[in-house]
Design a binder for this molecule. Structure first.
Ligand code: APR
Length: 234
């Protein structure tokens, strides 16, 4: 059984990382056009750096929760429980909590907040400090070209070919903690439905996409995800 799991901000909410669109979410406090678009960065790089410096501090201090731990257990134990069993984990999250919980293969379709990328040479490096125009790239030594290695609105998500291949081979589609608002991720459930595989939403409450799923499990991810993983591995 090949399981495709898509995670969103809800899986990290109980680790203290705010979601984007819930009450008090990140996009109710910041204008996404200013801090999360290429145009916003071109207009005011210092504002964008200040936003991601703040996000980086929050991400650096966060710890994985029981939902991340359960998914890493699923990655480890699924092959032994089901013949041909394998988990593909695609996350929209830019935090590293899946990895900190021991998950080995995480596909970050929206990039990673604790990495920077150089516009001049393309070099990508882990970076946990304060970014500004004065910081030089570790690859080409030029200052001023570094940006967070995340996908902004209007940019193409990462690893799309690999994600499509996994989607086309999966036997079960599960979305966890995502509002189903941002494409292409929000469209994956419809693709799964077209292939007639079972689809499951695990979320605090029914998402915008809930009616597209066959089934929903609702409640906090730290309770629902470990229980679902337990059932799947039983
Ligand atoms: N357990 C489970 N689900 C939760 C929890 C929780 N403890 N807390 C919140 N949720 C759910 C909310 O009900 C909501 O449906 O998580 C979802 C979070 O939705 P969004 O804030 O829209 O986050 P996400 O879907 O990941 O956003 C997608 O939008 O801004 C971009 O790039 C950003 O990757 C992000 C993308």
């Amino acid at each position: 059984m090949r399981v495709f799991v898509l995670t969103g901000a809800g899986v990290s909410a109980e680790s203290g990382l705010g979601t984007f669109r819930d009450a008090g979410g990140v996009w109710s406090m910041f204008d996404l056009k200013e801090v999360a678009t290429p145009e916003g960065f071109a207009r005011d790089p210092a504002k964008v750096h200040a936003f991601y410096n703040m996000r980086r501090r929050v991400h650096r201090d966060a710890r994985p929760n029981a939902a991340h731990a359960a998914l890493s257990r699923l990655e480890r134990d699924l092959p032994a429980r089901h013949p041909g069993g394998a988990l593909t984990l695609v996350t929209q999250n830019v935090d590293e909590l899946h990895e900190l919980a021991g998950h080995r293969d995480v596909i970050h379709m929206h990039g990673e907040a604790l990495k920077v990328r150089c516009a001049a040479c393309g070099h990508v490096a882990r970076f946990t400090g304060e970014l500004s125009d004065a910081v030089a790239c570790g690859g080409c030594a030029q200052a001023g070209g570094l940006r967070p290695d995340v996908v902004w609105f209007g940019e193409t998500p990462m690893h799309l070919a690999r994600i499509q291949e996994a989607l086309e081979q999966s036997d079960l589609f599960v979305a966890i903690g995502t509002s189903g608002t941002v494409y292409p991720a929000a469209g994956y459930v419809a693709q799964a439905r077209r292939r007639s595989i079972p689809t499951l939403e695990i979320n605090l409450e029914p998402s915008n996409n809930a009616r597209v799923f066959d089934r929903g499990i609702y409640g906090p991810a730290t309770e629902t995800v470990p229980a679902w993983v337990e059932t799947l591995l039983a």
